[in-house]
Write a protein that binds this ligand. Structure first.
Ligand code: SF4
Length: 290
């Protein structure tokens, strides 16, 4: 959408905002720099980078509140569960709304008059139109320009390719549990340093978040980044095991789409404005939401 706006295909936006969780792959930060330099700046569109912290550091900091990631849990009785997803709200929606309020001249907690609002573009394509939603606040009015012009994901890829941006990476936290096997393999096979980073993080959250441990909360299971609920460096990311398939069926129901999800990750992943309700959660007794 930024490129379409910068090139005049769509109207020119006043700003583009990137919510940085502090733990994106290096390829995403490089891509953002490139977009800024070659697409946004020449068109006079500022890219605002906003953040409410570093999700990786915060998860491992005993003095910091941990906005829970959607971790896979193995309870003491062997039953699988998931922790509540709070991270999208904390690390993406919160700083985006804060920035928008500031742009409007009404920083929190100022009351925003009814007729003051931004038009906010959300990049949902026609093949995922069911994710398009209205905003939950009156000072943001959502629009979905890709749907308006009838563009599918393939159309977007074709356009990016025409701009020399065919290698546009997917934005998400490096260690997001929503990754499918394809994404885990890609990290392992293309970026040994980042693979070591996620493997270390996976081991560090095994017994729950640092704050819960520090405050003496008893932990009742183990947490994992990979859906198979085994340590990431041993997880079957090269193939789908029977156990993984069974666990997946139990979680999501039996359909062909599930197999695709195991490989590709949770399709809707972490768009701040199009959260995927079904992956919200299940498990409260593990102390990871504190
Ligand atoms: S990418 Fe994953 S871990 Fe990061 S904020 Fe989104 S859901 Fe949470």
């Amino acid at each position: 959408m930024l490129a379409l706006s910068a090139k005049g295909v769509l109207p020119r936006v006043d700003y583009a905002i990137f919510a940085d969780t502090g733990w994106e792959p290096q390829a995403v930060y490089r891509h953002l720099d490139r977009l800024e330099r070659y697409i946004a700046e020449p068109a006079g569109i500022p890219i605002l980078r906003v953040s409410s912290g570093n999700i990786r550091k915060d998860a491992l900091d005993p003095h910091h509140r941990f906005a829970s990631m959607p971790l896979y849990i193995l309870n003491q009785d062997g039953k699988p569960g998931m922790t509540r997803r709070q991270c999208t709200g904390e690390y993406k929606i919160k700083p985006l709304k804060k920035q928008v309020r500031e742009l409007l001249g009404y920083p929190y907690p100022a009351r925003i008059p009814r007729d003051v609002y931004v038009e906010q573009w959300v990049g949902i394509s026609t093949d995922e139109f069911h994710r398009a939603k209205d905003s939950d606040v009156k000072y943001m009015r959502n629009r979905h320009p890709l749907i308006d012009i009838g563009w599918s994901r393939a159309d977007c890829v074709k356009y990016l390719t025409s701009l020399g941006l065919a290698d546009t990476p997917k934005s998400s936290c490096l260690g997001c549990p929503f990754h499918g096997n394809a994404q885990w393999r890609s990290i392992r096979d293309s970026s040994p340093q980042e693979w070591a980073d996620v493997v270390a993080f996976d081991a560090a959250i095994r017994k729950g978040n640092a704050r819960a441990n520090a405050t003496g909360n008893r932990l009742l299971g183990e947490a994992f980044l990979h859906r198979s609920r085994v340590p990431l460096d041993q997880a079957p990311i090269d193939h789908v095991t029977a156990a993984e398939w069974a666990a997946l069926q139990q979680e999501l129901g039996d359909s062909a789409a599930d197999a695709q999800e195991l490989e590709d990750g949770v399709i809707d992943s972490c768009s701040p404005w199009a959260c995927r309700g079904e992956v919200e959660p299940v498990q409260d007794d593990f102390g990871l939401a504190s």
